[in-house]
Every structure is written in C-alpha cells, then in structure tokens.
Design a protein around this ligand. Sequence first.
Ligand code: SF4
Length: 209
Amino acid sequence: MTMLSKLRAFYRRVVPLSIRQPLYKIHSFVFRPIVKLTARQSYHIQVALVDHCNLDCRSCSQFSPLAPERYLDISAYERDIARLRELMPQLRSLYLFGGEPLLHPQLLDFLTITRKYFDFRTPVAIITNGVLLLKQSLQFWQICSDNHIELWVSNYPLKIDYQQIEAMAKQYSIIFKYNNTFQDNTVAWGRWPFKNRGGGGVNCSVPLV
Ligand code: SF4
C-alpha cells in the first residue's frame, strides 16, 4: 500500500460520508475545471475493456453487435497504464467502456489499477448501458465510491430501474450521469426524428427494441 493510499484510507475512516460528499462535489465542480485549464498536458483516454456487448443496437458506433467476445488482458492494461503514468502524471479524463465494460469479470481490478496510477485529479468513469448495474455486488459500489469512479449510463428505452441505480449511486456518493442526456435533462435518443433507426446518443445509439 503506497503512502497516498494509506492517507486516502485514513481520510475515509475519519471523515464522515456527509462531509466527504460535499467536499468531493466542490472538488469536481470547482477545482477540477481549474486543473483542466491549467494542465500543461491534457489528454483524454478511452479504454475498451471488452469489444462485445449484451445489447444489440442498430447503429452501435463500436460495432459491438458484430464483435467477437474479447476481454482486455489485465496485465497488459497495467503495463500500459504504468507507462502512461510515467509519460504524464495526470490526464484530462479516462473512460472505461466497451462494448459493455460490466461484462469483464475483472472489472473491479481495472478500477483499482487505474487509481493506483492516476490519483483523484484524473476523473475516471465507467460508461455502461446499465443493464447489469443492479446485479453488481455491494463491493462494486464500494470500490467505485472509494476510488471516485464516476458512472455514466446510456439511458435507453429499456425496462431498467434507473431510479434504483441513481439511489445506489447516491448512497455510495458516486458521481452519476446519463451519458446521452442533454443539459436540460432530455434524453438524446428521444430527440432524433428516426429514433428507431439508430443515430442516438452522444456515444451510444438506439437499441433495437
Ligand atoms: S451502442 Fe452501446 S449499448 Fe448498444 S451495442 Fe453498442 S456498446 Fe452496446
């Protein structure tokens, strides 16, 4: 355990959640934009943990419905992320996506490895279609919370209990966003005239329903 992780663990033990949560919000909405503006090198990295998906969207920008089952090798990831850290101490942001990243059986290890090399100044998010979120163990929510991993969910017209997902994220002080929702809270896919023909959200598109 590094000195930084020990300090983090100590902070989480002594500072109650009710105080940590507003502090993290201040960090996210005030200091993070300043850091972004002043960072000398500011790269955004996206890593596909798997190529395949558990949905079958008609205009998937990742071509996941056609992709074979493929899981990113965790040792290759750690080697690459360690090298990335040597080259730049901080990133603008790092997204873990797919396909559907929750299909990777070592997802939790990817989260902790990412934070081992990039501290809280680098926003880290999982981009997911949300189908498997409520099937995750409590350990998943705890690890996301402890490592300040954000959850970005593509809000599709599926029978998913989004309110329950939001409640879990709130309970664990996890920053939660809809990946395909505009600032006025309308869902991207709902704005497209040909909503059943794909061409949906910011990163994902409309599922075949
Ligand atoms: S658009 Fe997103 S949810 Fe749909 S198949 Fe592609 S990766 Fe999966």
